[in-house]
Design a protein around this ligand. Structure first.
Ligand SMILES: [Zn+2]
Ligand SMILES: [Zn+2]
Length: 264
């Protein structure tokens, strides 16, 4: 499994433009060069900065339709850059959000929008996705946020938790019985701070607690790679101290442009 972080910031970061320069764009990640998870208004600059081959991308999976995770105009821009002879770029997004997300007529033939709801499973050209309800409110009635598990063709499994606070009890019950995962991308919006935003996001103490329980039930493989993303600017005052505390807890702070690969 290969991961490239196109953005690792929460919604309070300014747009850095063409070069990230140590800042953070809104969260987006590329799996095995082919599957984008979340794609927002800052993501095209990251595609260019980190030399992503747009013709290898087959699917975009949107965890939830907040603006820092989903921007249809930017998805259209990506679709128009792909070779016109390729099959349409498939966008998996919350079923309710499709109503307000129709592409322009110019891009319509380059895109296929497929709705899903939390607890649905779906296929992304050989990558099997499962979705789980997240504890994260959306403003548009009926729209819902999901956590995602992707099983790669290699059999390796990725757990992607952006955005959500403590897992809802239904999700917890599903995860503790699920097959183990090899990599987790944790939402750590609040970093090491005890901030009011923990009502719908996480800090290090919360993900450490959740990871401990999930490991006890066998959902996290021993020696698992655990990466932290979606970090708010307000939590990034002393990055050396944050990285130290995060590392001591068994996690790694992801940065824009970081690549990770596992061996399978
Ligand atoms: Zn977010
Ligand atoms: Zn959100």
């Amino acid at each position: 499994m290969r991961l490239l972080f196109l953005g690792t910031g929460a919604a309070d970061w300014p747009n850095p433009g063409a070069h990230s320069n140590g800042g953070r764009r809104f969260s987006s990640m590329l799996l095995d060069d082919a599957i984008l998870i979340d794609f927002n208004a800052m993501s095209m600059d990251a595609v260019r900065e980190f030399n992503v081959d747009v013709n290898k991308i087959t699917d975009i999976v949107i965890s939830h339709p907040h603006g820092d995770h989903f921007d249809m105009k930017t998805i259209e821009e990506l679709a128009m850059l792909r070779d016109a002879s390729l099959p349409p770029l498939v966008v998996h997004v919350n079923t309710k959000a499709i109503e307000r997300s129709q592409p322009s007529s110019e891009a319509a033939t380059r895109l296929a929008l497929v709705g899903y709801l939390p607890c649905d499973s779906f296929d992304c050209h050989g990558y099997a996705f499962e979705s789980f309800a997240a504890n994260h409110a959306l403003e548009v009635p009926g729209e819902l946020a999901a956590h995602l598990v992707a099983t790669c063709p290699s059999g390796e499994r990725l757990f992607y938790t952006l955005d959500g606070s403590w897992f809802p009890s239904r999700t917890w019950n599903q995860l503790r019985k699920a097959k183990p995962v090899d990599v987790v991308v944790w939402e750590m919006t609040c970093g090491t701070l005890y901030d009011w935003r923990v009502c719908e996001h996480c800090n290090l103490a919360m993900i450490a607690c959740e990871a401990k329980f999930l490991a006890t039930f066998g959902f996290l493989k021993p020696g698992i790679l655990m990466l932290c993303s979606h970090i708010m600017r307000a939590a990034c005052g002393d990055m050396d101290q944050m990285r130290k505390e995060v590392n001591e807890a068994g996690f790694i702070v992801a940065e824009d442009g970081m690549r990770f690969s596992t061996t399978a």
